[in-house]
Design a protein around this ligand. Structure first.
Ligand code: VG1
Ligand code: CO
Length: 552
């Protein structure tokens, strides 16, 4: 390897100036097909824009890793060389570049880094035909704010060249410190710090006891990043039997699967718990480890309910035993947690979709727990949602309450009433079809107010806008909502993370108070809303799809 004096910083002229034009505003980073990322200078240009925009790059420390998908190590090498040319003091990466999103968030915070780059397209498929992504996190450990994201995007439009250090690759298959030009590449074990954090929050002894008793557990890492974390936490430290963690080796193509922990893409696990009723508890995480799905024997826990249950039972978890400051949920997430917050006498904030909107509330210590309907749950321990943390929350609650998951849910609904909830996703819709459907519906909204809708009357019909309580920034266009007098809610948004055509998401919620029917199938309970929105928005007519691609 060349010494700093010998190493040369090269400049390369960028030829793909306009290639980020179709970047969807609002996403904290870039998520595209691997094919797009393979275009010459594409990744390099985006990384250059990050280093030109992120504050304090010169002399700073950056955290870098990914979910192990196809292209992970190659991208790490590219970023190391561009980072060295930008005079970073240090890049902390992990052995073979494996680092989950919540673990990255923790490292950024622990090591006082200027931020991090996480190579992941989250729950999107990987491999040579799959997707790749670059997520940018700020110094608080959370996804880049909208303003930082927009500045990076603007920078890509102005770029004429990028710089990198000409040097051989740095070996990252073993821990240690290696110089790269004037920069240090520090390779660490990506699991260690995260495990230490979990030990601070949870009582491992009581979970161990639960697992020792008549309680069976299965965890599906979906061939993605959580494998090494789950092996260490569940099997080595909590002494769950070997084999508890399935699909525990991160694979470049996730074994050809779609690493999205929901009833469609984790159907094997769902079948084991829901149909075969084989285990007391089952869980899965997504590609980069920030999402979670919780299952009990014969019982699927809706993510919105999961947030509500964790909030109502937080006092059983040592890390939260002193009480919680407040909670937040994304707008399309059901109001189940609102009912718990009301009971606890704490604030409940409603934010737009995307974890970045929780950042300011967490930093200001206004909330302790937060979550999204899209299988995301988390707390102030990091600034990302955290899949394995949610699994440990449930195990801790179960270890104290000694009820089954189904009994916990029943008990919860008996106390707070039930927020029946479902999300219908229409994937791969032609973009202009989706846009036309959306625009037409938006224009119709004002005419709905005061009128009959699915057996109730429309109270609010608008496009959700959010004013951040801390920095007062306004985020408009966050989803169409129709709220009825009986507190039913219907939301329609377009996905910002899909990479093929447009994905239309329809969120449905209706509330049944204690005393009403609490044991219905959600699709049955929501039938009137489903029918009404389908005909109002002309979903089948316009998309040609008879049913949604994914029903949660
Ligand atoms: C989806 C979810 C959203 C989540 C985002 C990132 O976004 O709906 O709740 O924050 O993915 O999750 P969209 O725009 O496709 O609906 V992940 O696991 O990529 O960090
Ligand atoms: Co994810």
């Amino acid at each position: 390897m060349k010494t700093p004096e010998e190493a040369t910083t090269l400049q390369r002229t960028v030829k793909l100036k306009a290639s980020f034009e179709d970047q969807k505003p609002g996403t904290s980073g870039l998520r595209k097909s691997i094919c797009k990322f393979s275009e010459p200078h594409y990744l390099e240009s985006f990384i250059e824009a990050i280093f030109q925009t992120l504050p304090n790059v010169k002399g700073g420390t950056l955290v870098l890793g990914g979910d192990g998908r196809y292209g992970n190590e190659k991208a790490i090498q590219t970023i190391l060389k561009i980072g060295a040319a930008h005079n970073l003091d240090r890049i902390i990466t992990t052995t073979n570049g494996i680092l989950s999103t919540p673990a990255a968030s923790n490292l950024i915070r622990n090591r006082k880094a200027i931020g991090g780059i996480i190579l992941s397209a989250s729950h999107n498929p990987g491999g040579p035909d799959g997707d790749f992504g670059v997520k940018v996190n700020g110094a608080n450990g959370g996804p880049a704010s909208e303003s930082l994201t927009n500045s990076i995007y603007s920078c890509t439009k102005e770029l004429n060249e990028y710089i990198f250090l000409e040097s051989p690759n740095v070996s990252i298959n073993a821990q240690g410190e290696k110089p790269l030009g004037g920069m240090i590449v520090e390779v660490i074990d990506g699991v260690e710090d995260y495990v230490m954090l979990m030990k601070k929050l949870f009582n491992f002894e009581s979970i161990k006891q639960l697992l020792n008793d008549d309680f069976t557990l299965i965890f599906d890492a979906m061939n993605a990043v959580t494998g090494p974390y789950a092996h260490r936490l569940l099997e080595q430290l909590l002494k769950a039997p070997q084999g508890t963690v399935i699909n525990g080796l991160p694979l470049e193509d996730f074994g050809g699967c779609h690493p999205d922990p929901n009833l469609t893409y984790a159907s094997g696990l769902a079948e084991l718990l829901l149909k075969k009723k084989k285990y007391s508890f089952g869980a899965a995480c997504d590609g980069d480890g920030d999402r979670n799905m919780i299952l009990g024997k014969g019982c699927f826990v809706n993510p919105s309910d999961s947030l509500a249950v964790i909030t109502a039972n937080a006092h059983f978890i040592p890390g939260y035993a002193n009480g919680i400051k407040g909670v937040a949920r994304s707008m399309p997430t059901s109001s189940a947690v609102d009912a718990v917050a009301k009971d606890l006498g704490i604030n409940c904030f409603e934010t737009p979709t995307g974890w970045k909107f929780f950042g300011n509330l967490l930093d200001a210590n206004m909330i302790t727990l937060c979550g999204e309907e899209s299988f995301g749950t988390g707390s102030n321990h990091v600034r990302e949602k955290d899949g394995l943390w949610a699994v440990l929350c449930w195990l801790q609650i179960l270890s104290k309450r000694r009820l089954s998951v189904a009994e916990i849910m029943k008990d919860h609904w008996q106390k707070y009433g039930r927020h029946y909830y479902s999300r219908h996703d229409y994937e791969g819709v032609e973009s202009n079809v989706a846009i036309a459907l959306f625009d037409r519906l938006e224009k119709l909204l004002p005419t709905l107010i005061g009128n009959q809708f699915a057996g109730s009357i429309v109270k609010i019909a608008d496009n959700f806008a959010y004013t951040d309580p801390i920095d007062k920034s306004v985020s408009k266009n966050q989803g169409l909502r129709i709220i009825l007098e009986d507190n039913s809610r219907l939301i329609i948004r377009m996905s910002g993370t899909g990479t093929k055509g447009a994905t239309l998401r329809v969120y449905l919620e209706s509330y049944v108070a204690t005393g009403g029917r609490l044991d219905l199938d959600p699709q049955e309970a929501l039938k009137p809303l489903i029918n009404e929105i389908n005909s109002l928005a002309e979903i089948e007519e316009r998309t040609g799809m008879k049913k949604p691609t994914v029903i949660t």
